[in-house]
Every structure is written in structure tokens, then in C-alpha cells.
Design a protein around this ligand. Structure first.
Ligand code: ZN
Length: 400
């Protein structure tokens, strides 16, 4: 149901300009027509609510949404991957976890999500109140004999129609699980269709060891899974080798990038359409060294936030993710943190014309939060202590 009307709030934070006290958001047919300072007695009063741009979760895996707790990660990425593969086999029916994940995204006030899909995705089951989904078909295949199948799966996925609510992209999973030649095939395919591409990169020491020497726990894990091929990855390979091909894409997303090194940070600073997705609570769950997101931002690299999936995070709330980051971050402006969860994430997913800020012409999609009594009305206080109060979605207000 697409709505029209005017909504007045205690504060409207458009995300690309100064906050508007007693602001009014005017909506026609689900699209914002105006944001102005009230009072407007004819508007629907939302009370003490602060309206923020709708949250965009740049990275998640909904297929794990029935997991109740994250899988232990203290033994490293290779061990964790083994547990994830077992968890996947216990959930042969993908539909239920994805539906549950979508419900959780809705409940968390999510406007859009970058979702990684390992099978056909139930696009036709999306309802009006579900978030806009950019669905990245995950492709895996390190062995050269998997190259043809991997490419064919990607081609079939992109051949199906996108809809405004379900757009399609590709995700060559990671350097340790995709043959370098297949990786290039998939980048070229994404470029020819002009769709976003997301790849996990520079995520763990196990990955870097495998790329450099072909040894270590990741190799053992891949051998166990029957997925290893000795000559697939040349020794001395680095994440930079996977970054370079991304420059030809319009919307490339580097997922995690926890262990990006100097040369890679510099390369990203020179290719500012390549976004890095930081998943703060997943990062913390693995106990990785500090993420380079402040340096990336300083170099002009777009950094978006994601929750990742429930096998590495307790929930799919991007608000919780943003709050987790805001409460641990000092000396960064609140506007920068908000952008990571809204406008930057929207741009990374190719949704910048529709979402990310509260501006005329964009979709009337917004998260409403309230502050505890006595809190200062600053954006940092809002991010640190605000509580979701409802969502404006396509011009309709849904209280939390
Ligand atoms: Zn992921």
C-alpha cells in the first residue's frame, strides 16, 4: 500500500543537510515532495519522534536467520566455515529462514538490504512492507572444473527479471572459494549487466595465508570439503589482486576488508566508487584487529554498515549495529556514522536515487526514534541512546 500525506515530527534529520526542528515530511504516492519546518496542524503528528533516513543494511545472509546464536569463532575463519557448512545442511529449506529474516529486517526498521543468496531466492514472495532487496547470487567454485557451472548459475540468475523491490547482483564468495579465472568471469558478467557485485575480501588471517602460500587451516578445510585445487591460486597472491578487477564495475562492494594493507587502502582511495562494508558486531565476534574504517573514510573510500548473518551476529538490526559502533567510537562526527547506515550504504547498493536521505524525489522511507527524557537533542546522542519508535515506509507510518 503506497501512501500520501504529511507527517510532523520533533526533529527531521534529512541526512544531507541540517536537522529540521518540528519538521514535516510531505509525501505523495510514497515519494517525498517536501521537508519543511512546521508547525503544520493538518499533518499527522508522530509526537516526540525523530525521523532519520531509512536504514540500509549493506550486507546480510538471510538463509541463516533461524540461527538463534552466532557460531563460535575463537578457532578462526576456517573452523567457523566448517560449522557454517554444517548449519546450512541442517536447513535444507531456504524459504523459512529467508522469510524469517525479512520479518526481522522489517521489525528492525530496515528500508533496504544487500542479501547474499545461495539458491533461487523467493523474490515473488516479497510483500509491500518488506524492504527493497538487492540480492547477490553467491557463486562458489575454486576448482577449475566448477568454472562453467559457476558462470552458468550467475548468467541464469541475472537473466531473470529484477523488480523495483528485488534487484539482482552477483557475489563471487571469496578468494579462497572462487577460482581467479571464475572471479574475472563474474566481474565481467556483472559489468556487462551493470549490476552490483559483492565479494568477501581480506577477512581473516586464514584467507591471507592461503593466498600467499597455499597453506594453512583454510587449505585443510577446503580439502575436507573436496573444494581444493593445488594450482588454482598462484603463490604470493594478495587481496589487491582481487581489488584491481573491481575498478571496471559501477557498484562494487568489498565485504569486511578487515585486513586490508597499505597498498590496498591506497588503491581504494584512488577508486572511490569501490565501497567497503563493515559489520561491527561480526568483526567483534571474530576478535579481529581494529578495522581500518576510519582510515578508509579519511581516504575518501565509502564505508557502509552491514549486520552480516545470524551465524556471526545475534540479530539483523542495523540500528543495533549503528548503536554498537556509535557507543564505541570517539572523535568521528555523528553525521559520518549515520551516513554509513543510510546514504553510503544506499549508494553502494545502487539505490542512491531512491533511498539514503530524506529529500524530495526519494522514497518516503524513514526510521523514527525517540530519546529517553533529558537526553540532549544531538545526533550523537540520538545514535547512542535513541530507541526505534516506528518506520515510515512508502508513505505509511508503522509504529514499532
Ligand atoms: Zn558475509
Amino acid at each position: 500500500m503506497i501512501g500520501s500525506g504529511r507527517f510532523s515530527a520533533r526533529l527531521v534529520v534529512p541526512g544531507d543537510g541540517p536537522p529540521v526542528e518540528h519538521g514535516v515530511v510531505a509525501v505523495d504516492d510514497g515519494i517525498i515532495t517536501e521537508v519543511f519546518a512546521g508547525p503544520d496542524t493538518a499533518a499527522t503528528p508522530l509526537g516526540n519522534v525523530i525521523l532519520l533516513p531509512g536504514l540500509v543494511n549493506a550486507h546480510t545472509h538471510l538463509e541463516f536467520s533461524t540461527s538463534t546464536t552466532p557460531l563460535p569463532a575463537e578457532n578462526g575463519m576456517a573452523a567457523w566455515i566448517g560449522d557454517v557448512v554444517s548449519a546450512r545442511h541442517h536447513h535444507a529449506d531456504r524459504t523459512d529462514p529467508i522469510r524469517r529474516g525479512l520479518d526481522e529486517l522489517v521489525a528492525a526498521g530496515t528500508s533496504a538490504a544487500g542479501e547474499i543468496a545461495t539458491s533461487d531466492w523467493p523474490a515473488s514472495q516479497l510483500t509491500d512492507t518488506d524492504p527493497t532487496c538487492v540480492v547477490f547470487r553467491e557463486i562458489i567454485g575454486l576448482r577449475s572444473d566448477r568454472r562453467g557451472d559457476g558462470l552458468a548459475t550467475a548468467q541464469d540468475f541475472l537473466a531473470a527479471d529484477s523488480t523495483p523491490q528485488c534487484l539482482r547482483g552477483l557475489s563471487p564468495h571469496a578468494p579462497y572459494s572462487v577460482h581467479p579465472d571464475l572471479f574475472i568471469d563474474l566481474v565481467r558478467l556483472a559489468a556487462s549487466h551493470d549490476v552490483p557485485l559483492a565479494t568477501h575480501l581480506a577477512e581473516s588471517p586464514d584467507e591471507l595465508e592461503l593466498l600467499d602460500s597455499g597453506e594453512g587451516p583454510m587449505r585443510e578445510r577446503l580439502q575436507q570439503l573436496g573444494a581444493w585445487e593445488n594450482s588454482a591460486i598462484p603463490h604470493g597472491t594478495r587481496p589487491l589482486d582481487y581489488l584491481r578487477p573491481l575498478s571496471e564495475l559501477s557498484h562494487p562492494l568489498v565485504i569486511h576488508g578487515n585486513l586490508l594493507e597499505e597498498e590496498e587502502l591506497a588503491w581504494l582511495g584512488q577508486h572511490r566508487h569501490v565501497a567497503v562494508v563493515f559489520c561491527p558486531r561480526t568483526h567483534s565476534h571474530f576478535g579481529h584487529p581494529p578495522h581500518p574504517w576510519p582510515r578508509l573514510l579519511d581516504a575518501g573510500t565509502p564505508v557502509a554498515l552491514g549486520t552480516d548473518g545470524r551465524v556471526s551476529n545475534p540479530d539483523l538490526s542495523l540500528w543495533n549495529e549503528l548503536q554498537f559502533l556509535a557507543r564505541r567510537t570517539h572523535a568521528r562526527p555523528a553525521e559520518e556514522l549515520l551516513a554509513m547506515a543510510t546514504s553510503t550504504a544506499a549508494t553502494a547498493l545502487g539505490l542512491e536515487r531512491r533511498l539514503g536521505t530524506l529529500r524530495p524525489g526519494k522514497e518516503a522511507t524513514s526510521l523514527g526514534v525517540t530519546l529517553p527524557p533529558g537526553s540532549p537533542m544531538t545526533l550523537m546522542a540520538i545514535l547512542k541512546s535513541g530507541r526505534p519508535a516506528g518506520v515510515l515506509r512508502q508513505g505509511n507510518w508503522y509504529p514499532a
